[in-house]
Design a binder for this molecule. Structure first.
Ligand SMILES: [Cu+2]
Length: 366
C-alpha cells in the first residue's frame, strides 16, 4: 500500500474457530513495521467452540495477549532493529496486568515478536491447560507447565485462579536446539515477566474445561498414505531450496484442494520457522518422531529444530489464482526480510502453465 492509500479487501471466513492475526508484509520492511506495533488479533468463533463453554467473554475471562519485545530509548522512543528487545509489551503495554474476576481465564497467546521465542509458564510452575494452537482447538486439552511459541505461533491456554492471588505469566529460556551464541538472537538465555494476573477477592464460578475439544484428530497415517506427492524444502542461511525470494519467480505450482506432504528441514545451526499462507497444516513427525500433543491441532507456523526434518500434511487452498502467488517463509521477520521466502501459485485440477512467470528451470518434485 502506498502512503495515504486505501485498500478494501473482502473475503469469506471459511475455517473453524481460531486465534488468528494480521500484520503488514512489505518485502524487506516487515520487521521494522511489526516492531512498531502494526499488528492485530483476529478471533474467529463458531458454534462447535461456543458449545464447549470455555471462558469466552472477551475482555473479562477471554483475553488477547499479543506479546512483543522492544528496546526503549531513554526518552521512551522505540529503538528499531534491536533484536531481541529487553522490554516486553502485551497489547502494546509495558508492565501489564489483568484483573481476573472468574475462576478460569483464557489467554490467547500470540508471539508477535520479530525474532524472540518465548517459553511461557506460570511463576509457581502450575498447570496451563492448552486448548488450541494456531489454527483452532486441539482434540483434547494439553496440560503442561510450559508453552513454547516461536514468532507467529499462537496458543490458547486456560488458567485456574484462586481468590485474591496474584500470579505472573513468565517466559523462561526457550529450548531452541542450537548453540547459546545462535540462541541469543532469539532470546535464548532470557527470563522475562509477561503479564500479571490479579484475582479479585471473590471469583465467579467457571465451568471445567471439557475432556474433548475439537473434532477427533484425523488418522494421520491414512491421510499421509493418500497424499499425492512429497515436496521438500531446505532452509539454510537466508535461502529456501538454495534461492532467496524473487517476486518474479514462482517456486512451486500446486493443485487446488490436493493433499501433499511437505518435508521441511532446517539444515542450519540457527533457528528457523516455517509459515505458509492460505493453509493450515497437520504436523506428522519431527525428526522422525510423532509430533507432541501441543502440535495436535492445525498449524500455520511451525518451529524447525535444527537438523530435524518436520513432515507436515498440507491440504492446498481451494481458491484458484494462477496470477497472484501465495508465500511460504521463515517467520523470523529479519530472515523473511532478507529473502528467506518463496512463492507458490494454485491452479485448478488439470490446470497447467499459467501464472505470471514460470517455475525455475531444474526444479523437480517427487
Ligand atoms: Cu530463518
Amino acid at each position: 500500500m502506498a502512503p495515504g492509500g486505501l485498500w478494501s479487501p473482502s473475503w469469506t471466513v471459511d475455517q473453524p474457530a481460531a486465534t488468528l492475526w494480521y500484520r503488514p508484509h512489505p518485502h524487506g520492511k516487515t520487521a521494522e513495521q511489526v516492531a512498531q506495533g502494526m499488528v492485530g488479533m483476529f478471533i474467529v468463533d463458531d458454534p462447535v467452540e461456543q458449545a464447549l463453554d470455555l471462558p469466552g467473554d472477551y475482555g473479562v475471562d477471554d483475553l488477547p495477549v499479543i506479546v512483543q519485545d522492544v528496546t526503549l530509548e531513554q526518552d521512551g522512543r522505540l529503538r528499531t532493529g534491536a533484536d531481541p528487545g529487553d522490554t516486553v509489551l502485551v497489547n502494546g503495554t509495558p508492565g501489564p496486568y489483568a484483573v481476573v474476576s472468574t475462576e478460569r481465564v483464557r489467554l490467547r497467546l500470540l508471539n508477535a515478536s520479530v525474532q524472540r521465542t518465548y517459553d511461557f509458564g506460570l511463576d509457581d510452575g502450575s498447570v496451563l491447560t492448552q486448548v488450541a494452537g494456531d489454527g483452532g482447538l486441539l482434540p483434547a486439552p494439553h496440560r503442561t507447565s510450559r508453552v513454547q511459541l516461536s514468532p507467529g505461533e499462537r496458543a490458547e491456554v486456560v488458567v485456574t485462579m484462586t481468590p485474591g492471588e496474584t500470579r505472573v505469566l513468565r517466559s523462561h529460556p526457550p529450548d531452541l536446539g542450537v548453540s547459546a551464541m545462535s540462541a541469543r538472537f532469539s532470546g535464548g538465555g532470557d527470563t522475562l515477566d509477561v503479564v500479571q494476573l490479579r484475582a479479585r477477592p471473590t471469583l465467579e464460578p467457571s465451568p471445567e474445561v471439557p475432556d474433548r475439544l475439537g473434532s477427533d484428530a484425523p488418522d494421520l497415517a491414512a491421510a499421509e498414505a493418500e497424499a499425492v506427492r512429497t515436496r521438500t524444502f531446505r532452509l539454510q542461511g537466508r535461502t529456501i531450496n538454495g534461492a532467496v525470494m524473487d517476486t518474479d519467480r514462482v517456486d512451486e505450482v500446486v493443485t487446488a484442494g490436493e493433499t501433499e506432504v511437505w518435508e521441511v528441514l532446517n539444515s542450519d545451526g540457527e533457528p528457523h520457522h516455517f509459515h505458509v499462507h492460505g493453509v493450515q497444516m497437520r504436523v506428522l513427525t519431527v525428526g522422525g518422531r510423532a509430533a507432541g500433543p501441543e502440535l495436535a491441532g492445525l498449524k500455520d507456523t511451525v518451529f524447525l529444530p535444527a537438523g530435524q526434518p518436520v513432515r507436515m500434511l498440507v491440504t492446498l487452498p481451494e481458491h484458484v489464482d494462477p496470477e497472484v502467488p501465495n508465500m511460504y517463509h521463515c517467520h523470523l521477520l529479519r530472515h523473511e526480510d532478507q529473502g528467506m521466502m518463496g512463492q507458490f501459485v494454485v491452479l485448478p485440477p488439470g490446470g497447467s502453465g499459467a501464472g505470471p512467470v514460470a517455475p525455475p528451470a531444474g526444479r523437480t518434485d517427487h
